[in-house]
Design a binder for this molecule. Structure first.
Ligand code: SF4
Ligand code: SF4
Length: 334
């Protein structure tokens, strides 16, 4: 499904309801309050083909951020006080300039995140990335939908769980996930069915104890992320005739406290071609920032106060405890 078809399936005519709900809570218009995170989607190619993928990434994709655009990102980061560089894909390691970029970006002394599916890191041509991640103090975020193999393999493909655990063992051996090592490994949980994630602190405790007991591995934090009705997950909802029920669940679970901290308020998403978006989901739906901004005309002043472009999928960020690339947006006691 292309972006246009996805938007028509999402029935943007119902967007007014989301706007009205925000307005009732004094949260409309939704505006950015700075740019603290530059999230760069540097390639849509991936070795996996996960069922929940909002990017619709896979081995067939070819889109890749060029070295000149990566250099442009470095220039922007050098010239602006953006605290976090968040690299995603596809599988970011497939971009041939990732290692070069990390060596340069780490000089800027910002928080440097790579969202890696980890499974490539067992292959000869990619295993050197573990050294690169350690050398550049990269924070690794990886998706592990469930702490049992069955739940993870159902979404990520056969044997994905075993491969991810094997790589986590290698990362643990280098210090990742160990308290006070400075090397951070965070996991992502997302539901394996058509429902909202459970409590993040409770799931974090469950993941920690089960992964340690069953596999001897450890990690720092768990981020719970709601499956967004975008990309392959949207197709899956449609094929199983579950879209209407799922959207109703998201709408009914609207939480103004979660809406207060949606990630677009401090994040800017960059596509492989340099186009700027309010978030990675808007990127996939081809909904650019209100001024249709590109890296070439990056203006932190304007972007820091931009009005966020909304559509029905935004209900995914505001439902229940809220959802973002850093997990729940409604912070609670651990
Ligand atoms: S969810 Fe991540 S690992 Fe899975 S296909 Fe999409 S980009 Fe690749
Ligand atoms: S989907 Fe994107 S634009 Fe909408 S609320 Fe979530 S982060 Fe903001």
């Amino acid at each position: 499904m292309d972006a246009h078809e996805q938007l028509s399936v999402l029935d943007t005519s119902c967007l007014q309801k989301f706007v009205d709900t925000l307005a009732v809570n004094g949260q409309y218009p939704l505006k950015a309050a700075g740019v603290d995170v530059l999230q760069m989607n540097i390639c849509r190619k991936c070795n996996l083909f996960c069922k929940h993928c909002h990017v619709e990434a896979g081995p067939h994709r070819t889109e890749m951020m060029s070295k000149s655009l990566l250099e442009k990102c470095l220039d922007i980061l050098r010239n602006n006080a953006i605290s976090t560089i968040d690299i995603t894909g596809g599988a970011p390691e497939i971009n041939p300039y990732l290692e070069w970029f990390l060596d340069n970006a780490s000089q800027l002394k910002r928080r440097l995140i790579v969202r890696s599916n980890l499974t490539l890191l067992l292959e000869d041509s990619y295993r050197h990335f573990i050294d690169s991640y350690v050398r550049n103090n990269v924070e690794i975020v990886t998706s592990l939908p469930h702490y049992k193999a069955e739940g993870t393999d159902k979404q990520r493909g056969k044997c994905a769980f075993a491969t991810i655990i094997e790589v986590i063992k290698k990362l643990n051996a280098r210090g990742y996930g160990k308290e006070n090592s400075g090397l951070v490994l965070n996991l992502v949980h997302n539901p394996t069915g058509f429902y909202l994630p459970g409590s993040q602190p409770a799931l974090a405790r469950e993941y920690k104890s089960r992964l340690l007991k069953d596999h001897g591995v450890y990690f720092n934090d768990l981020f719970c992320i709601t499956n967004m009705p975008v990309g392959r997950y949207l197709e899956h909802l449609q094929k199983t005739d579950s879209l209407s029920d799922y959207m109703t669940e998201l709408v009914n679970a609207f939480n103004s406290a979660a809406a207060e901290n949606v990630m677009c308020k401090n994040t800017l998403s960059v596509s492989y071609d340099g186009q700027l978006y309010d978030c990675d989901f808007n990127q996939m739906l081809e909904l650019p920032t209100e001024t249709n901004a590109h890296l070439d005309d990056f203006d932190i002043g304007t972007l820091s106060h931009r009005r966020i472009v909304l559509a029905n999928h935004c209900y995914g960020c505001t439902a229940g405890s809220g959802s973002s690339c850093q997990g729940s947006t409604e912070k609670s006691e651990k």
